[in-house]
Write a protein that binds this ligand. Structure first.
Ligand code: C5P
Length: 424
């Protein structure tokens, strides 16, 4: 879940393209995240998908007519003014070439364009059109004009288009739009201006070109941490070994495979990192010699000799003695099976961390692959705090609140109360 969207008012503009059907999923995602979604459809969008579909999903009226009036605190207000003033985020998905052109020209000839012109907050467009329309200098110019005004864009992606051709112009997937919307709305949050780097996933150490040594990590906890940091306004980097979950959108992804690659990627970014969270399950050993060719079966016993990999957090801990400033906060995870607390406290000191998050990976509802986690936090001052069983998203959000408490510029912004504006 994304608490950043709870209670937020989102205008979801839909212009006329076949990709309009995908916005049904998007409207549903926002509604499930407890956002109040006001759908505005152009007349051609309403030919592709019936307004009643969005009405049913959002349980709110769908606006198509410029001359509608809305009730606002006992007063009748002009629809587009009321909507534009109440909104926290304005998304147009799909945004056709025509709609983009109208926005860039400041036209106001239908409800969508007039509401956009009346609106002053963050705006996110998800273009969808044929490749030639997208790459046309007129569209490129209009997109640049809007970017210069601070409008965000997501996509378009390459893929199969309505014409049957394959090329650039396919609307971004609803999940991606949802994720980037969280980032856009989270801007200016309490971690705004801070750079957070998270490691995630289980590294893979090659034995030969087709085999590797790995572990059970899925990267769920790390991905949740990246989302939570992003939603609080942090500039977020996720250095990740292969993930079994969708990587989060709106963060910089740095894919790696091995512990050495992860080490290199983290060290390179260290001078520009304010907060480092090591949620990856990094291999402690790797095969000394990785074969160039696939190892063949033989009746003889095979022995693989192993050598140590670099300990990323420990190196960061050591470097902190040299540069006290970066990272300002280092958080580790201890996935343990036995002597839980002693091992966690030992790592906290040995790796020179500010905080360590202990989880018992033998518990069925905690640790690898599951969506929940039961963790205990240990701090340098000797304090410890056991948290109840929570979803990994909730654990991530609570950890980020710790980061806010230590480094955040402002306190956690409360979601804005829904405004008084109701449907007509
Ligand atoms: O020593 P251990 O692997 O149990 O420590 C776990 C913590 O250290 C985790 O935060 C993990 O991401 C990090 N780690 C690391 N580099 C390694 C091994 C672990 O950053 N080579």
């Amino acid at each position: 879940m994304a608490p950043i969207l709870s209670g937020k008012r989102i205008i979801l503009g839909i212009s006329g393209g076949i990709a309009a059907y995908k916005s049904v999923t998007l409207a549903s995602r926002f509604t499930q995240a407890n956002a109040l979604v006001d759908v505005i459809m152009t007349h051609s969008a309403a030919k592709f998908v019936a307004p009643v579909t969005f009405q049913s999903i959002t349980q709110r009226s769908v606006a198509t007519d410029t001359f509608e009036f809305w009730h606002d605190a006992g007063r009748l207000r002009i629809g587009h003014v009321a909507l534009a003033h109440a909104a926290d985020l304005f998304i147009i998905a799909p945004a056709t070439a025509h709609t983009i052109a109208r926005l860039a020209l400041g036209l106001s000839d239908d409800l969508l364009s007039i509401t956009a012109l009346s609106y002053k907050g963050p705006m996110l467009l998800a273009p969808a059109m044929e490749t030639n329309m997208w790459t046309h200098p007129a569209t490129m110019h209009n997109v640049q004009t809007l970017r210069d005004w601070g409008v965000d864009f997501i996509g378009p992606a390459e893929g199969r288009l309505a014409s049957g051709e394959v090329g650039e112009g396919r609307v971004a997937e609803p999940e991606e739009i949802f994720e980037v919307a969280c980032k856009v709305i989270g801007r200016g949050g309490p971690l705004d201006g801070l750079r957070v780097l998270i490691t995630a996933g289980g590294t893979r150490e090659p034995i030969d070109p087709v085999r590797f040594m790995g572990n059970h990590s899925t990267g769920k906890m790390g991905a949740a941490l990246a989302r939570a940091a992003r939603d609080l306004g942090a500039e977020t980097v996720l250095v990740h070994a292969p993930l079994a979950v969708h990587p989060p959108g709106g963060v910089t992804l740095v894919p790696v495979h091995t512990a050495h690659q992860m080490y290199g990627a983290v060290m390179e970014r260290l001078p520009k990192t304010d907060v480092l969270i090591g949620a990856a399950a990094v291999a402690d050993y790797r095969p000394t010699d990785s074969a160039d060719r696939k190892l063949k079966k033989s009746p003889k016993q095979q022995i693989i000799t192993l050598e140590r990999t670099p300990d990323i957090l420990q190196t960061v801990g050591e470097r902190r003695e040299e540069t006290r400033r970066h990272p300002r906060l280092v958080i580790g995870f201890a996935a343990e099976t036995n002597d839980l607390e002693a091992n966690a406290v030992d790592k906290l000191t040995k790796k020179n961390l500010d905080l360590i998050v202990l989880n018992d990976v033998t518990a069925p509802d905690s640790g690898f692959a599951v969506d929940t986690n039961r963790v205990t936090l240990f701090e340098r001052d000797g304090s410890r705090e056991a948290w109840p069983l929570m979803s990994k998203d909730e654990v991530a959000q609570a950890i980020m609140q710790r980061v806010v408490a230590r480094l955040g510029r402002r306190n956690w912004k409360r979601p804005r109360q829904p405004s008084q504006v109701d449907e007509p």
